[in-house]
Write a protein of this length. Structure first.
Length: 129
């Protein structure tokens, strides 16, 4: 059953409740012989989560990610549904660097397939259920 909340009743998301963490994600999700990993940055907030609500994941685009603004509609909706909030930084952006250098051959791993596989692997690794 949907929760109806008027616009003036939207909860605000307290940015101080987001904890910055790192997740060991795979450099190459499609080569089972390649076990290399990199530290992918993400943030999590359990401010409204009751342990049974949904998990809302905000996927940062191709830019340096940061904790979301309190005006982001998905987080306000999530708060009304007791959601856990997660924000995931895109590979090769911000602090989520698979390699120490930006040599041309390293950019073979900067593509939508690897990025989507990052998300799937992340969800499988951090899902509490």
């Amino acid at each position: 059953m949907a929760v109806m909340v008027s616009a003036d009743e939207w909860p605000s998301v307290d940015l101080t409740q987001f904890e910055e963490l790192k997740f060991d994600n795979l450099v190459d999700h499609f080569n089972y012989l390649d076990a290399r990993t990199y530290k992918q940055r993400y943030w999590v907030s359990d401010q409204y989560w009751d342990g049974t609500g949904p998990i809302f994941i905000y996927i940062c685009g191709e830019y340096r990610c940061s904790v979301p603004s309190t005006r982001l509609y998905p987080f306000m909706v999530g708060a009304t549904h007791n959601a856990r909030f997660m924000v995931l930084e895109h590979r090769f952006y911000g602090d989520s660097q698979p390699f120490d250098t930006w040599e041309l051959e390293n950019f073979a791993y900067l593509n939508s397939e690897q990025a989507l596989a990052d998300l799937a692997y992340f969800i499988g690794g951090v899902n509490p259920n």
